[in-house]
Design a protein around this ligand. Structure first.
Ligand SMILES: Cc1ncc(COP(=O)(O)O)c(C=O)c1O
Length: 373
């Protein structure tokens, strides 16, 4: 057996649309029918009026902060437990990220810890719907109203997830998605911002394309970026969009099967689905506890020997040596993030996993745990 953590779900329809894009000779991010089709289709899927495609999830986050004019002197509250791209985006803009710890069950930003971090300099709350589970948004939306803050959603891992009947990406001012190869749907590399605000969408469109002028293209409006997704990537995206609900159903089915196999193992903390949430289980993430808490390396290498690929959890912002050494972060800041970062891992979660493979992975986990109790 050789079971990777993720594999894109691609086939003939992607090839067909890529061929069409190639035949049309419209390859760049400037022209070609697939870009606007993908943007419109994905925005609509995410309950948003506007979608602006980008080159990656990282550039979508960077663009969102630039669109909102967040820069030097500003502070942005960010969930500490995330891919560091979320923090990099704040730092690219010269603003200060303020890490906040997470909930022990969803691993998302803990809303009850946010208000104490708000200062006169705070401009935005940047939430991350981690591993596919939506953040508890209502308390944050209330805080954003009270203190006049923007909300940016990092949706890189949670396409199609739902919070109280509404799709993520439509809950704050701007949603930021990634279409990297291991994401729910992919364009190889790619990203998108979603919004219901026309002014923000227009500004994003302008900034992502070198801030070209309206009347005279080469009279630039300000300092812009080249964050344009190509028409070829968008063609892949259009084919993927047709499959998104199927992929999410598969991810939920896989999570259900893992839950059935692993729920009796006391030493494993499994992912949850809160009553307010539809979790899309981007990756099936678990945390080791009890006698297993220091045995992640051992478990991962024993699984590898059986052909099963796994990944460690993210190292939180407050655990990153680069930031600690510069005095930007303190390890003691976010204890729950540290605990999850040290003891968490995710299991194979690609949408083409078979039931047999899930049982094989689970049986091996149980066998290894029993050997090392
Ligand atoms: C939470 C989160 N934010 C941002 C990113 C960055 O996206 P990309 O790799 O497309 O730049 C990722 C993953 O790659 C992610 O998991």
């Amino acid at each position: 057996m050789n079971i990777p953590v993720a594999q894109p779900f691609i086939g003939d329809s992607e090839k067909k649309l890529v061929d069409e894009a190639m035949d049309s000779k419209e390859l760049s991010g400037f022209c070609g029918r697939f870009i606007s089709k993908f943007e419109k289709g994905f925005a609509e899927y995410s309950d948003c009026e506007y979608g602006v495609s980008t080159t990656s999830g990282t550039s979508a986050l960077h663009l969102a902060l630039a669109v909102l004019k967040i820069g030097p002197g500003d502070e942005v509250i960010v969930s500490s437990f995330t891919n560091m791209a979320t923090f990099f985006a704040v730092l690219y803009q010269g603003a200060k990220p303020v890490p906040v710890d997470i909930e022990p069950d969803t691993w998302n930003l803990n809303p009850s810890l946010v208000e104490e971090k708000i200062t006169k300099k705070t401009k935005a709350i940047l939430v991350v719907h981690i591993y596919g589970h939506p953040v508890d948004m209502d308390p944050l939306i209330a805080l954003a109203k009270k203190y006049n803050l923007f909300i940016i959603e990092d949706c890189a891992e949670a396409h199609g997830a739902v919070y109280k009947g509404r799709k993520i990406g439509s809950l704050g001012d701007i949603g930021c998605f990634s279409f990297y190869a291991n994401k729910i749907i992919t364009t190889g590399e790619g990203g998108m911002i979603t919004t219901n605000n026309k002014d923000l969408a227009d500004r994003a469109r302008m900034l992502k394309s070198l801030a070209f002028g309206d009347k005279n293209k080469f009279m630039h409006q300000e300092i812009g970026f080249n964050f344009r997704m190509t028409n070829i990537q968008a063609a892949v995206g259009c084919a993927q969009l047709e499959k998104i609900d199927f992929i999410i159903d598969k991810k939920r089915e896989i999570a259900g099967l893992y839950n059935d196999q692993l729920e009796k193992i006391e030493e494993l903390q499994l992912p949850v689905e809160k009553p307010y949430a539809k979790n899309v289980y981007w990756m099936y993430h678990i945390v080791l506890r009890g006698g297993l808490k220091d045995k992640r390396g051992l478990l991962m290498s024993a699984l590898k020997k059986e052909g099963i690929d796994t990944r460690e959890s993210f190292i939180p912002y407050n655990g990153q040596e680069f930031f600690i050494n510069q005095g930007l972060a303190k390890k003691s800041d976010c204890p729950v993030s540290n605990m999850v970062g040290d003891r968490g891992l995710y299991l194979p979660s690609g949408p083409i996993l078979s039931e047999k493979e899930i049982i094989y992975v689970s049986d091996n986990i149980i066998k290894i745990i029993n050997e090392h109790k």
